[in-house]
Design a protein around this ligand. Structure first.
Ligand code: SF4
Length: 403
C-alpha cells in the first residue's frame, strides 16, 4: 500500500465504525477502478463538503495502487455559473489550482475542467439582455442554462472520445428528504452503478450514498486532503455561512437542492430564495468583505423588488403571445428595455463599489445585440398593443352610444 493518507495519524480511532465504513467505501471504489476496461472516471466536484470527500477518497484509492495500476483517467469536473457566491467560487478555483498542481507532482492521471454557461445563456444576458425576470420557483430558467447544459455538453464531449464513462457523484441519502426520495426512486446504491438518464454510455456511481452528515464532517475534520493543505477554509466557509452545499447540478432531479430555502451556497444573484441565508450568514459573521457582500445582498434584494412590480414588465411575452391567469389577469412579459438599462447601470455602480468586474465584455456585446433587435420588436408590439386598446375603447364607446 502506498497510501499517504492512510499513514497520517488518525484521531478517529475511537470512532471505529466511521473508519470501517470509510474503508468499505474505498474498497468499493477501488474494486470499480481496478476493473479491466478503460472507461474514465468523471468526478463531479463543486468544492462543497460531499464532493470534496468524494475527490479525497478517489485520490486515496489511486495512491493505494501501484503506478501501473492507475490506468483509468480521472476528470474532475466543476461548474461556474459566473454569478457564484464570491467566497465559494474563490474556494473552488483555489482548490482546483492546488489539485491540478498536486496531481501533476504526484504523477496521477487526474485532470480538471470548469464548465461555464454559453455567453448567450448567462444570468446577465438573460436578465439584462432578454429581460427575463430573475428566477422564481415557478420560472427557474437558470439551473438548466447555467449548470446542467454546460456540464452535459462537456460530458457529451468526453463520451464522444471514450464511448463510455463512469460519473462519480457525492450525493447522499441523508442530505434531505427530497434527496432520499429521488435516490430511492432511481434505486441508487453505494456499490451499484445506474445508467445516466440522458447520456448514453455514462453510468452513475454514488459511493457516499449511505454516509451521514456527521460522518462526512468527522472524516474531513480528521483527515488532511491528499493534494495538500487542510480543509480549514472549507470548514470555515460552512461555519460562517451556516450553509449546506449547492452541488454540481447534473440533472433536473438534482435541481431542487439548488436555490431552495435551506441555507445553501449558490449564485449570489439567486432570487429563487427570498432570503439568501448563506450570504447573510457571512455578513452577520463579520466577514472581512462584509461591505462588499452587503452591497451584493442589497442588489439581489432590489432585483426581487423589480420583479414584483408589474409596471416594470412588458404586457406581452418575448414570443409575442399573451398569457392569462385563471382569474383572467394577464401574465406580464419580460422587463421593459428601460428597466433592463436601469439594471445594467446599477450593476456598473455595484462593480465600482466592490472593485470587481461582474459583467464580461462578451456578455455586453451579446446584450447590445439582443437590445438592437428588441428595440424594433418592442416598439412594434407596443404600437400594436396601443391599437388594440384604442379599438377596444372605440368599440365600447360605440356600444354605449347604441345603448
Ligand atoms: S443558485 Fe439559484 S440562481 Fe443559481 S442556478 Fe440555482 S436556482 Fe438558479
Amino acid at each position: 500500500m502506498n497510501n499517504t493518507s492512510d499513514r497520517q495519524p488518525l484521531h478517529i480511532d475511537s470512532c471505529s465504525t466511521v473508519v470501517a465504513r470509510l474503508d468499505a467505501v474505498r474498497d468499493v471504489m477501488r474494486a470499480e477502478y481496478c476493473k479491466q476496461h478503460a472507461d474514465p472516471w468523471i468526478v463531479a466536484y463543486s468544492g462543497g463538503k460531499d464532493s470534496t470527500l468524494l475527490l479525497q477518497l478517489t485520490w486515496e484509492v489511486l495512491l493505494s495502487l501501484k503506478p501501473e495500476q492507475r490506468r483509468r483517467n480521472i476528470s474532475v469536473v466543476s461548474n461556474d455559473t459566473l454569478v457564484e457566491s464570491p467566497l465559494v467560487i474563490n474556494h473552488l478555483r483555489n482548490s482546483l489550482a492546488v489539485i491540478r498542481e498536486s496531481a501533476r507532482q504526484q504523477a496521477l492521471p487526474i485532470t480538471t475542467t470548469i464548465t461555464e454557461p454559453c455567453v448567450d445563456q448567462t444570468f446577465w444576458v438573460n436578465v439584462i439582455g432578454r429581460g427575463y425576470i430573475p428566477p422564481t420557483r415557478n420560472f427557474r430558467w437558470c439551473t438548466d442554462r447555467m449548470k446542467i447544459k454546460p456540464t452535459d455538453s462537456l460530458l457529451e464531449k468526453l463520451l464522444l472520445r471514450h464511448k463510455r464513462a463512469v460519473l462519480l457523484i457525492g450525493t447522499r441519502r441523508s442530505e434531505s428528504q427530497n434527496r432520499r426520495r429521488t435516490m430511492n426512486k432511481h434505486g441508487v446504491k453505494a456499490n451499484k452503478m445506474n445508467p445516466h438518464d440522458n447520456l448514453k454510455g455514462c453510468r452513475v456511481f454514488a459511493p457516499l450514498a449511505d454516509l451521514d452528515n456527521n460522518e462526512v464532517w468527522m472524516i474531513l475534520m480528521q483527515r488532511r486532503p491528499p493534494w495538500g493543505g487542510t480543509h480549514r477554509e472549507l470548514i470555515t466557509l460552512y461555519r460562517n455561512a451556516g450553509g449546506g452545499e449547492c452541488p454540481l447540478v447534473l440533472t433536473k432531479d438534482d435541481a431542487p437542492s439548488c436555490g431552495t430555502t435551506s441555507p445553501r451556497f449558490g449564485c449570489w444573484t439567486c432570487t429563487v430564495v427570498q432570503k439568501d441565508k448563506s450570504l447573510r450568514g457571512l455578513i452577520d459573521a463579520g466577514h472581512e468583505d462584509e461591505e462588499k457582500l452587503e452591497a451584493r445582498a442589497e442588489f439581489r434584494e432590489w432585483l426581487i423588488k423589480l420583479r414584483e412590480d408589474d409596471e416594470n414588465r412588458l404586457p406581452v411575452r418575448r414570443d409575442g403571445s399573451y398569457k392569462f391567469r385563471a382569474d383572467g389577469s394577464r401574465v406580464r412579459g419580460p422587463f421593459t428595455l428601460e428597466v433592463r438599462r436601469d439594471i445594467l447601470n446599477r450593476l456598473r455602480v455595484l462593480e465600482k463599489e466592490i472593485g470587481e468586474p461582474l459583467l464580461s465584455a462578451s456578455e455586453m456585446i451579446m446584450i447590445e445585440e439582443i437590445w438592437r433587435i428588441d428595440e424594433i420588436r418592442e416598439s412594434g408590439r407596443l404600437s400594436l398593443e396601443k391599437m388594440l386598446q384604442d379599438s377596444i375603447v372605440e368599440e365600447t364607446g360605440q356600444e354605449a352610444m347604441r345603448a
